[in-house]
Design a protein around this ligand. Structure first.
Ligand code: IDP
Ligand code: MG
Length: 138
């Protein structure tokens, strides 16, 4: 499973027409898209997906943001997929992200930061399974 990770092209990116540019970046970095779908997260889905942050002060706002418009969810494949995606995304706060990263270029704020990426192989598996059946990954 270490060659797979999971991403969400977040609502701000979709609204601004940055979906194709961000997917292009990922392809340039050697990621293959195993499965992708456009979805509107329900409040329950967003709360469950970000359940680890339930007690954080930004949780309610995060759920509102993630349900504010459609997103693309995708399963990605590449060698060292999880750490490579985290590098290509950049730091959570776009203002602190390295030059050339997706969040630096496309993120608005520490909340509206363009893209999600799994933080471990274990969570990548959980997050892929949240949205995809194995038969949908090609
Ligand atoms: P990550 O997306 O870089 O893994 P996490 O700490 O897992 O960052 O936070 C999940 C998401 O919650 C972030 O991507 C961002 O959208 C939002 N978030 C994180 N920290 C803050 C904050 O301090 N204020 C507002 N939103 C935040
Ligand atoms: Mg995280």
């Amino acid at each position: 499973m270490s060659n797979r990770t999971f991403t969400i092209i977040k609502p701000d990116s979709v609204r601004k027409g940055n979906f194709g540019k961000i997917i292009g970046r990922l392809e340039e970095q050697g990621f293959q898209v195993l499965g992708i779908k456009k979805v509107s997260l329900t409040q329950k889905q967003a709360e469950a997906f970000y359940g680890v942050h339930r007690e954080r002060p930004f949780f309610k706002s995060l759920v509102e943001y993630m349900t504010s418009g459609p997103v693309y969810v995708a399963a990605l494949e590449r060698e060292s997929a999880v750490p490579t995606l985290r590098q290509v995304m950049g730091a959570t706060d776009p203002a602190k992200a390295d030059a050339g990263t997706i969040r630096k270029e496309f993120g608005e704020s520490i909340e509206q930061n363009a893209i999600h990426g799994s933080d471990s192989d274990e969570n990548a598996k959980i997050e892929i399974n949240f949205f995809f059946a194995e038969s949908e990954l090609l």
